[in-house]
Write a protein that binds this ligand. Structure first.
Ligand SMILES: C[S@@+](CC[C@H](N)C(=O)[O-])C[C@H]1O[C@@H](n2cnc3c(N)ncnc32)[C@H](O)[C@@H]1O
Length: 386
């Protein structure tokens, strides 16, 4: 089938395609598959990739609209394939106790030493599609796609929101597989008792929670971020006048943050002594960390330094990041760092942190934003104690 003359074991290209699609966080075009497979196995003509895809669709691969491919069903993710050489990556960025890497999260986790992360605080991609190059281009051109552009309000441009209601059952299954795989790769890198905070959405949190529990993390509750959102509350599309007293979905005024923990060793006190983890840090001696946190939407001043569509506010992030290390010791990881707001929050409360971001534009944005967000003082809030 291949014309390059390279001698390969039977099935090597097909397995490489499977591996590439399984590692991808969004469906890929034939050209993208060809580039990634060629980086691993040596050059493979595009026509061969196309033939393998056609021959094995729908058994192994599913073809989405516009010629994008994804695996059709869970595949064996531990296929014996060397790690793909990374595309040209930016050098790591360091600031204070913060390190940010231009890296794909699952691959980076594969190379991270065991038991070296003490907490995770993250706001991951959801539709998986919304951070694909195609959807990001649409967003940057403000052309929509999976991103909904809310109308301006009081003369202010509002942040775009991903439309999770458009996800198909296949895409939801893919989401479950992604989070399961993420949990599976994350767990060996966590110390016993490490807490994992994951920002979610009321529409998808059950899938993520199920996937992380299936990966073996212990569910420890859910933090409610009380915040006004632009989600839900709309009248039926194109029939507002006919149904003026109807909302299709509730206007959402909260955001769930799932809370999981790597199983502890022995009693909590034993785990605290040995690993410095296993519990949550109190905001003050007299007050336990609570699971409902009022939170104003992200301030304009923060958006001005970090124009990421999913920017979370420092006032909220600093509270949960601080709680994540019960003794204030260890390393906090944000594997989906975006503009680096979690890392800035860690820096502000005096913690060490590591961030990963695979989009080069957001990586560059974060390098500029982290020092500014870390210095930012949210109005009306006391800086959390260090
Ligand atoms: C929801 S955003 C996080 C935004 C963050 N809360 C902030 O305040 O800026 C998720 C980020 O994860 C990045 N991302 C998506 N898939 C990734 C992957 N597999 N590895 C690393 N980063 C990824 C996206 O580019 C996006 O910037």
């Amino acid at each position: 089938m291949e014309k390059t003359g390279a001698r390969r074991a039977p099935g090597q290209v097909r397995d490489a395609i499977l591996k590439v699609l399984d590692e991808a966080t969004a469906p890929l075009s034939v050209m993208e598959i060809c580039d990634r497979v060629s980086a691993v196995t040596g050059p493979v003509p595009r026509s061969s990739i196309q033939s393998y895809l056609s021959l094995n669709t729908p058994r192994l691969f599913a073809r989405e609209s516009r010629g994008l491919y994804r695996p059709s069903a869970p595949t064996n993710l531990s296929l014996p394939l060397p790690l793909a050489p990374q595309e040209p990556l930016r050098p790591p960025f360091h600031f204070g106790r913060t390190s940010l890497f231009h890296a794909e999260a699952l691959r980076w986790l594969d190379r991270r030493p065991a038991r070296s992360i003490h907490a995770v605080v993250t706001d991951p991609p959801y539709g998986l599609h919304e951070y694909s190059p195609v959807q990001q281009r649409k967003l940057r051109e403000r052309r929509g796609g999976v991103w909904r552009m809310p109308p301006s309000f009081d003369g202010h441009r509002r942040s775009p929101l991903p439309r999770f209601t458009t996800l198909t059952p296949d895409q939801l299954a893919q989401l479950e597989r992604f989070f399961h795989e993420w949990g599976r790769k994350l767990r060996p890198r966590l110390v016993p008792g490490a807490h994992v905070f994951v920002a979610s959405s009321p529409l998808l949190s059950f899938i993520v929670a199920g996937a992380l529990a299936r990966a073996g993390l212990e569910r420890r509750g859910e933090i409610i971020r009380l915040t006004t959102t632009m989600r839900g509350g709309d009248r039926p599309k194109a029939a507002h006048a006919e149904f003026p007293e109807v909302s299709v979905m509730p206007r959402s005024n909260w955001e769930p943050w799932l809370l999981f923990r790597e199983p502890i060793e022995g009693r909590v006190q034993d785990n605290l002594r040995r690993w410095k983890t296993g519990a949550l840090r109190r905001p003050s001696k007299d007050k336990p960390f609570g699971d409902v946190i009022p939170s104003a939407p992200t301030r304009r001043a923060e958006r001005a330094v970090a124009s990421h569509p999913s920017l979370k506010p420092q006032a909220f992030l600093r509270q949960i990041v601080r709680a994540a290390l019960p003794l204030g010791e260890g390393v906090v990881l944000d594997p989906f760092a975006g503009s680096g707001s979690t890392l800035a929050a860690a820096e502000a409360v005096g913690y060490s942190s590591i961030g990963l971001e695979n989009d080069s534009e957001y990586f560059d944005l974060a390098c500029g934003a982290i020092p500014k967000l870390a210095r930012y003082t949210p109005s009306g809030t006391a800086r959390p104690p260090r």
